[in-house]
Design a protein around this ligand. Structure first.
Ligand SMILES: [Zn+2]
Ligand SMILES: [Zn+2]
Length: 132
């Protein structure tokens, strides 16, 4: 759905469509109506990571998310400044965009990935620490 300030809280930094606010208890996140990317205000992703509800939020198709992941150099939907591209220190295959002041954006499928530290991730860190 095209961005409409009356319906949407913010404009998706990736594809420019409207993001709808979704509330879970005291946490509100925004999900894009087109690419299903997720916007988390500062601190929200950490809060949600501990809650089971996170699973229901990330409805996007990971293969679609991967496609949008290639869109780089996006601007913060709150302040318009360029966002930094970061990878999770524990899960280096996950990249997300972050504005140090306002929050972070994740492509569809990334949040589920972020939340569940998979066995493969753990295995990889074991390999990294192994002696030759
Ligand atoms: Zn979008
Ligand atoms: Zn910002």
């Amino acid at each position: 759905m095209e961005y409409n300030p009356e319906l949407h809280s913010i404009k998706c930094p990736k594809c420019g469509h409207g993001m709808a606010e979704i509330r879970y208890g005291d946490v509100a996140i925004d999900r894009c109506s087109n690419c299903h990317g997720l916007w988390f205000d500062t601190g929200e992703a950490e809060l949600l990571k501990t809650k089971w509800m996170g699973d229901a939020l990330d409805i996007g198709d990971p293969s679609l998310g991967k496609r949008w992941d290639k869109v780089e150099d996006i601007a913060c939907p709150r302040c318009g400044k360029d966002m930094e591209k970061l990878s999770d220190p524990k899960q280096k295959h996950i990249w997300y965009e972050m504005c140090p002041e306002h929050g972070m954006f994740m492509d569809a499928g990334e949040f589920s990935d972020y939340k569940h530290e998979t066995l493969a991730d753990r295995f990889r860190s074991l390999i990294k620490g192994a002696r030759r």
